[in-house]
Design a protein around this ligand. Structure first.
Ligand code: SF4
Length: 348
């Protein structure tokens, strides 16, 4: 039995990329904010959008992207910014290490690459937070080089089109997917091809109910031909997230909330949150007058947090806190859980 790669080498490979490029020109997305820059900041915009899009829907990213670019219009501005400002601009997107890596990478680009993202795949991959697919997206979308990408959407398209078995993030599966991507490079219009593949995965070959009838590559799609689309890509085995109880101290005064800076090794490092305790006993022994208010569930990727909120009416024995205006919370990098707690307290 020949492998998927052998089956699809030869005449079909140019057809695949040509079809995607043609479809992109007719139906692809061309009005996204990071597609508008054509000058020196192009690579910066592409990179920022790629990092923001890694776990977040386009609609939400647009709002964050515009805010970020307005505050820090160039890569040099990002390099010169304070980490707390970068985290504040990222607040609500989650995965804060991505924001820290953006900041680190911008500084390295200023120090070693004349203030721009290098036009070289290997040098891009060497930078913090830039993996092979993000580097290839920068190379193709910003620098018009024929480097193949393999993000979540593209993995789905390839897994179905070529019927690639195995979980898409397993190294053996990834090897096959990358090889297929290499075999199907588009040398003439790499930016249109890359954007076309991303758009195809996001709008046509969707996770649920793919729109095969309007798909430009339906004729060659193996999973469609065999009517086994739902089997590709193979589903990941779900790992049950760990449940963790946390005890939070809510202290309010004149429209301000007491927040402390989380340390590097804790949950939500370098973000501001209410003083947190690992047990009810430790909270009560530090603040005997605190009264339990409510509990809420907050889901992270690998953890489900049960946050038990205690209200301290009189701010006594409070150390290492800043009183932050609730109206200006936006300026202060904090996890979404803080907004949920404050909203729930309002309605309590
Ligand atoms: S035909 Fe359907 S399953 Fe195949 S690539 Fe197109 S949308 Fe995806």
């Amino acid at each position: 039995m020949p492998s998927s790669i052998e089956l699809f080498e030869g005449s079909q490979k140019s057809t695949f990329s040509e079809q995607v490029v043609r479809w992109y020109h007719l139906h692809g997305r061309k009005n996204l904010p990071w597609q508008q820059e054509t000058g020196d900041n192009k690579a910066y915009h592409v990179w920022l959008s790629e990092i923001m899009l890694q776990q977040t829907q386009v609609v939400k990213v647009i709002e964050y992207f515009d805010r970020f670019i307005t505050a820090l219009p160039t890569l040099e501005d990002l390099a010169g910014a304070d980490e707390q400002q970068v985290l504040a601009l990222w607040s609500g997107l989650g995965y804060y290490n991505r924001a820290r890596n953006l900041h680190k990478t911008a500084k390295l680009c200023v120090e070693y690459h004349d203030g721009t993202l290098p036009e070289n795949l290997d040098q891009l991959i060497d930078l913090p937070g830039i993996g092979r697919s993000t580097a290839a997206a920068i190379m193709s979308l910003a620098y018009h080089q024929a480097e193949p990408i393999m993000d979540g959407n593209v993995k789905r398209v390839f897994a179905r089109y070529f019927m690639v078995s195995g979980e898409p993030n397993k190294s053996s599966t990834l090897k096959v997917l990358w090889q297929l991507a290499e075999n199907n490079r588009e040398r003439h219009q790499p930016a249109a091809y890359t954007q076309g593949l991303m758009d195809l995965g996001a709008t046509v070959c969707t996770k649920n109910k793919p729109k095969c009838t309007s798909c430009p590559i339906k004729k060659g799609c193996q999973a469609k031909a065999k009517e086994v689309i739902e089997q590709y890509p193979q589903k990941k085995q779900k790992v049950r997230p760990k449940e963790v109880d946390l005890y939070a101290l809510l202290c309010l005064k004149d429209g301000r909330v007491a927040l402390s800076l989380r340390d590097e090794k804790s949950i939500w490092p370098s973000l501001w949150f209410m003083p947190l305790f690992k047990s009810e006993q430790s909270l009560k022994s530090a603040h005997p007058k605190a009264k339990v208010q409510f509990s809420l569930t907050h889901k992270l990727t690998h953890r489900i947090l049960q946050i038990h909120v205690y209200l301290l009416a009189e701010p006594i024995n409070l150390t290492d806190v800043n009183w932050v205006s609730i109206r200006e919370l936006q300026e202060c990098p904090h996890p979404k859980a803080l907004n949920h707690i404050l909203e729930q307290h309002e309605n309590h």
